[in-house]
Design a binder for this molecule. Structure first.
Ligand SMILES: *Cc1c(COP(=O)(O)O)cnc(C)c1O
Length: 477
């Protein structure tokens, strides 16, 4: 295709204003100065509205990129909370302690578990804390064990966690429905196995229907069931891990409970467990004292220690609590229903043009594969790059790994997306499927609308250029 034809084609897609924007250094020129504005003396206006910028759908599967409600931010900025200091005496921080206690109680109610720590700072950090609890518990019984079983659909952090906690990892095969093969598990389970790390719904977006049987098989031989709760957006208000046999699990407040992800703020990965693991939870824990006031208990001789300074990322706890209280029970349940509905809507609207590698119904996310497009040489990574031209952030590519030919396209709309936005996404995906048939080269060279087009990925990995350098004058023209 000629450059002219490509241009014509690109005009039809909706280009986001930020897509071809220069860096701040490039927009500058010698002699320009920066100014700090004085405080506002007029009512504030919404800059996003003035500029006509809109939010961009962000369908990253496994990440639950939901809308972070403004009420969270308003509450987190209340001066008494924002300026609280961890060394303030308990007497002066009863409100902050109440927040930790209330959030703990709500999360226990949501998960059906019996004890909790809010300390871990991320999902992976929660995994490590949870597996250390299992380790401490089994060691206290004089039965440390050596292995952790992990399904082949697992998130990469699971085997990494097990290894870092000193266990060897044994792979557990999934069946053709995309679930743990229970008879294979029964054959693999023995007294060397400390536990299994299971994501539910798993990374194929599929609910492990035989989870109670899995729990029974483990418990019979003295093992423990760890649930990676990163996908709780499919379960909240519907079913509780504590009720289907889970012994310990983590939550990602920055996924399910709408606190900012990564660059937007620190994470939070609370770990909830059953009674027998409670003595090993990190210090300190929030307790109600005899006089009815709240305080921290540091006197916990069996505790695994501390996994994070002070009490974890308190600002995230405030935001998650705001989210839970603003939604209430009915709101949270509806959130779950909408998240599952949205994923299935996208699946239904795309399944005639993209392969659905596992036919079991989807929960909060849908996994498609590039199987049909690959015949034209178009792979998941190419389709993802072409989506950028259509104004969408790419989905998660090539994960989970058990989708054949590393062809996974993992799409999680979450409950936050409107039908209108999903329809635009579906139109874009269908248009790309059409292009794969008629003019695959436009996909293979995408993105075309961004400032930097497709990189040579090998060179980018081997010789990364990590610093912006001013261009020489002659090159600039
Ligand atoms: C996101 C995720 C994790 C890791 O959580 P972080 O907060 O990114 O450390 C673990 N497991 C699954 C299934 C996830 O989706």
């Amino acid at each position: 295709m000629s450059a002219e034809q490509t241009k014509g084609k690109i005009k039809k897609v909706r280009q986001h204003p930020s897509q071809n924007e220069g860096l701040i250094f490039e927009k500058s020129s010698p002699g320009k100065k920066g100014y700090k504005l004085p405080p506002l003396d007029v009512p504030a206006a919404d800059a996003a509205k003035l500029l006509g910028a809109s939010e961009r759908k962000y369908p990253l599967g496994s990440c639950t990129m939901k809308y972070n409600a403004r009420v969270n931010e308003a509450v987190a900025r209340i001066a008494g909370l924002a300026n609280a200091h961890p060394y303030q005496p308990e007497k002066m921080t009863q409100g902050a302690l109440r927040i930790l206690k209330l959030l703990s109680d709500y999360l226990l109610e949501i998960t059906g578990m019996e004890a909790i720590t809010l300390q871990p700072a991320a999902g992976a950090h929660g995994e490590m804390t949870g597996i250390l609890l299992i380790r401490a518990y089994l060691e206290s019984k004089g039965n440390p064990r050596k292995k952790i079983l992990i399904p082949d659909s697992a998130h990469g952090t699971n085997p990494a966690t097990a290894a870092i906690c000193g266990y060897t990892v044994e792979n557990l095969k999934s069946n053709s429905a995309g679930m743990v093969d229970v008879s294979a598990l029964a054959a693999q389970m023995n007294e060397d196995v400390a536990g299994i790390m299971l994501t539910n719904p798993n990374t194929l977006g599929i609910f492990e229907e035989e989870i109670h049987k899995i729990a029974d098989i483990l418990h019979e031989k003295g093992g423990l069931l760890y649930m990676d709760g990163a996908n709780m957006n499919a379960l909240v208000g519907k079913t509780r891990p504590g009720d289907f046999g889970v012994d310990v699990m983590h939550l990602n407040l920055h996924k399910t409970f709408s606190t900012p992800h990564g660059g937007g703020g620190p994470g939070s990965g609370p770990v909830a467990c059953k009674k027998q693991l409670e003595p090993f939870l990190p210090v300190p824990v929030v307790v109600t004292k005899p006089d009815g006031s709240l305080g921290f208990n540091y006197d916990r001789p069996k505790a695994i220690g501390r996994v994070r300074m002070f009490y974890g990322n308190f600002g995230m706890h405030v935001r998650a609590l705001a989210y839970i209280m603003a939604n209430g029970y009915d709101g949270l349940r509806l959130t779950t229903e909408d998240a599952v509905l949205n994923a299935n809507y996208i699946r239904k609207k795309l399944e005639d043009v993209y392969e659905v590698p596992y036919k079991t119904p989807s929960m909060h996310e849908v996994i498609l594969s590039h199987h049909r497009q690959a015949r034209q040489g178009v792979k998941t990574g190419d389709i993802a790059k072409r989506l950028i031209d259509y104004g969408f952030h790419p989905y998660t590519t090539a994960f989970p790994l058990i989708v054949p030919d590393h062809g996974a396209m993992m799409i999680e709309p979450t409950e936050s997306e409107s039908k209108e936005e999903m329809d635009q996404f579906i139109d874009a995906m269908r248009a790309i499927a059409e292009e794969a048939q008629t003019e695959p080269e436009i996909i293979l060279k995408a993105p075309h609308t961004t400032r930097v087009s497709r990189l040579d990925e090998v060179t980018a990995a081997r010789k990364p250029v990590l610093r912006w350098k001013p261009q020489a004058k002659s090159e600039k023209a």
